[in-house]
Design a binder for this molecule. Structure first.
Ligand code: GLA
Length: 381
């Protein structure tokens, strides 16, 4: 990838720049908990975005997306927003950096990536983090790592229409090879967990399905949670997020909120607890419990939060039938991947069965990605 980028950069701009990269992510457990102030358990992966960048002495940004073979130029003022959705991520990062006092100017860039699009592995966070990290470095902005993650998140909110939480950008900026991270999204405290489950593997099965309107459905889930939290807050003013409430407090407002909002909140309250249970289980190398919690999450995401789909439920069923330790839909949902915790000895037969059964039903095989937990945002030599 690096040599392809370098070649294109040279052809387009006649010189060489510096290289930066960041990563997509997985999440072991803790889905849709981040914007509810709860816990998440992500890690960066070995698939990401790489960019070559050099300041160009103008006030114009000139970017080439190698995988799409598309070139875009834009200025750095609010009214200069480009049309192309991929370019809006880069533009958003520039604007959000400026809003945080970063004194940035024009630059040339070529980027490429290998995070599967629509798979729920957060290719957009990888793109945002690469540029946020790079601009901070190149323009000496002195923005700390949490704020770099927030630059990506605000880009999604303000330029891409997704009211996401902080998990993806956090994972992409803070990721460390061989480590998952537990993040408390309320206090932003985090802890690295070396993750080398002996005798098990993590594998993603990509349904290669991406449902439309995923971002508006995502925003609706968030609104449901906020309504439920607001109802609980009337009785318990200390409740800032759903994370601060237990099921008893949700019960108290059951009659006041819609059935749908109740189901969403029930899922979130359970899920926050499941992350803590998984942490305890990991301390004891108890992967059977980890896996059991993953199945519970899938059930909640499918039946209460309603962000799964036929294809993902089917992949989950196959995992269960094959005796896979844990399996669930990963990321925002509405298509994308399942994440599976599989015993080494079961791996080959599970993958074979998933491929044949899935393609018999849906006409194509799922894609298989072995998870390699890797470093997040960085400058390359
Ligand atoms: C998307 C969002 C994250 C998070 C997950 C669900 O990936 O970007 O902030 O909410 O969905 O856990």
């Amino acid at each position: 990838m690096k040599s392809r980028i370098a070649e294109k950069f040279k052809t387009l701009f006649g010189e060489d720049g510096e290289f930066f990269a960041s990563a997509g992510r997985i999440n072991l457990i803790g889905e849709h908990t981040d914007y509810n102030g709860g816990y998440v358990f992500p890690g960066a992966v070995d698939k990401g975005i790489m960019a070559e960048i050099k300041l160009n002495g103008t006030d114009k940004v000139c970017v080439f997306a190698l995988d799409l073979d598309e070139y875009v130029e834009f200025g750095l003022n609010e009214e200069d927003a480009p049309e192309q959705s991929w370019a809006r991520y880069v533009f958003g990062v520039c604007r959000e950096t400026i809003k945080r006092g970063g004194k940035i100017a024009g630059f040339n860039a070529v980027f490429a990536g290998d995070v599967p699009l629509g798979a729920g592995m957060s290719s957009s966070a990888a793109l945002e983090s690469t540029f946020a990290f790079a601009l901070n470095y190149l323009f000496d902005c002195h923005i700390d790592k949490f704020e770099l993650a927030r630059i990506g998140q605000s880009t999604e909110h303000n330029y891409c229409g997704v009211k996401c939480g902080i998990m993806d950008q956090f994972a992409s900026i803070f990721g460390k090879a061989g480590n998952l991270m537990r993040l408390d999204c309320k206090t932003m405290e985090y802890k690295y967990y070396p993750f080398h489950p002996e005798g098990y593997r993590l594998v993603l099965l990509d349904s290669v399905v991406k449902h439309e309107l995923a971002s508006s459905a995502y925003n609706k889930r968030r609104e449901s949670c906020e309504r439920a939290a607001a109802a609980i807050r009337k009785n318990h003013p200390e409740v800032e997020f759903l994370r601060d409430a237990g099921m008893e407090w949700l019960e108290e407002v059951k009659a006041e909120i819609s059935e749908e909002d109740y189901m969403r909140a029930e899922y979130v309250i359970d899920e926050v607890q499941r992350v803590l249970d998984v942490c305890d289980a990991l301390e004891k190398d108890d992967y059977e419990t980890v896996g059991k919690k993953m199945y519970e999450t899938h059930h909640g995401m499918s039946k209460l939060y309603e962000v799964s789909c036929e294809e993902l439920d089917y992949l989950n069923d196959i995992a269960k039938e094959c005796g896979v330790t844990g399996s669930r839909v990963m990321g925002g949902g509405f298509g994308g991947c399942t994440i599976n915790l599989v015993k080494d000895g079961l791996y080959d037969s599970f993958i074979a069965k998933a491929k044949s059964a899935f393609s018999a039903k849906f006409g194509h095989e799922p894609k298989v990605y072995d998870v390699v937990i890797s470093d997040g945002a960085r400058k390359l030599q």
